[in-house]
Design a protein around this ligand. Structure first.
Ligand SMILES: *Cc1c(COP(=O)(O)O)cnc(C)c1O
Length: 385
């Protein structure tokens, strides 16, 4: 199998495990997104939860994008990195008073509101500050994202957003909230969606809902369809940049915007996943009774996706060009789920080799923990090594 262009020489003096980010690839990805959205006048708010590393955030902010935040601290991180607060949206089912107050103080662009009690709280906190909060209703469109059950969010059984049946009542209730301005509707159906046609039913649902709002005399200026575009975990070397062209074209073709309406996106994974790799060192190669184990110094505390969602990351031995052999590649954490791959072929491996776990730029470093009293992995960037 083809390998990425890593130079183990460059990594020689760096303590493992660590994240390595290819900033040229991130830049290429951002350029590709910009090119597509500028064709149609769409806006992209980067989903900060995918990777909140300040250097990554700065590069994305510099490219001119907005930010999609799901906590008060993400709003702070985004603002610190240079995202204009006028381009920050704030989602989440459990926004606390403290977080809402912070967002009001930052004068963010829009709250993506997920429930009636949340609307009431935002209304009363905005009133205390003498402000009017701009909100979009996050609607659960009951659309199947055809992805892992832990990362599907747009079905009735999920905790996110307003159900379709509650909308009429909410539209009515908002009319008496003097410190809320309803500016749009928001959706996010799930993550790692690789088949762009999966978004078609979402477009149809949005078109239908536009009629409902219109019939209630509500003019919406903004439609936000969230994120969720997937990436190629199997073959990052040949598909380093997601198919943004087909993705944005689908919405342009199938989503009927009303006059003066603006369409927003919140891609996270598709922006940052491919630029990051977890670099880890082989501590031991252990011969089991029926299989061989490669035990590395990185574990589920550094990259939890395999343990959490049985996610696949391509693994390369960047120190070896010997013929491939089959191994179970496992971390050092005291949990049986701390396994990166089973019966996996990599070049014959010996103690001290460096492995690259690819496509780890999204939901990798940002999910790291200190379980087992481990240190958090550090990050290094291709332009400063
Ligand atoms: C997680 C999330 C996103 C980003 O999802 P990706 O799959 O990383 O593109 C966008 N919007 C909301 C509301 C989210 O929760």
């Amino acid at each position: 199998m083809e390998k990425g262009a890593f130079s183990p020489e460059k990594f020689k003096n760096i303590a493992t495990p660590f994240y390595y980010y290819d900033v040229e690839l991130l830049s290429k990805t951002l350029k590709a997104v910009k090119e597509e959205i500028s064709k149609y006048g769409f806006s992209q708010h980067y989903a900060v939860k995918a990777n909140a590393n300040q250097n990554i955030l700065k590069q994305i902010a510099t490219a001119g994008f907005g930010a999609d935040c799901v906590s008060g601290n993400e709003i702070k991180a985004a603002a610190n990195a240079g995202f204009p607060t006028s381009k920050i949206v704030f989602a989440g089912v459990g926004k606390t008073d403290k977080e809402i107050n912070l967002a009001l103080d930052y004068n963010i662009f829009c709250f993506n509101v997920e429930s009636l009690p949340e609307l009431e709280v935002i209304n009363s906190l905005a009133e205390k500050k003498g402000k009017v909060a701009s909100v979009a209703l996050r609607i659960n469109p009951n659309v199947d994202a055809h992805t892992h059950e832990y990362i599907t969010t747009g079905l009735n059984e999920n905790k996110f957003g307003f159900s379709l049946t509650s909308l009429e009542h909410v539209i009515y209730a908002i009319k008496s909230m003097s410190h809320i301005q309803l500016i749009g509707i928001h959706f996010h159906i799930g993550s790692q969606i690789t088949e762009v046609d999966t978004f078609l039913p979402l477009c149809e649902k949005v078109n239908e809902l536009q009629d409902l709002f219109e019939s209630k005399g509500v003019a919406l200026q903004h439609v936000n369809v969230g994120g969720g575009l997937g990436i190629d975990y199997d073959d990052p070397n040949n598909n380093p940049v997601a198919d943004f062209k087909s993705y944005f074209e689908l919405f342009h073709k199938h989503l009927q915007l009303r006059k003066g309406q603006h369409l927003h996106f919140e891609l996270g994974r598709a922006i940052v996943a491919q630029c990051g790799s977890l670099i880890t060192r082989v501590v031991y190669v252990k011969e089991g009774d029926s299989k061989k184990f490669v035990i590395v110094d990185g574990g589920m505390t550094d990259l939890i996706r395999p343990a959490l969602y049985q996610a696949y990351h391509k693994i390369e031995n960047i120190s070896s060009n010997l013929p491939a052999e089959k191994y179970d590649i496992v971390g050092p954490i005291c949990e049986s789920s701390d396994v990166f791959a089973k019966d996996y072929e990599i070049n014959k491996t010996t103690r001290g080799d460096l492995l690259a776990l690819r496509s780890a730029g999204a939901y990798g470093e940002v999910m790291a923990s200190q379980y087992n009293c481990r240190e958090l992995p550090k990050a290094y960037f291709s332009d400063s090594l």
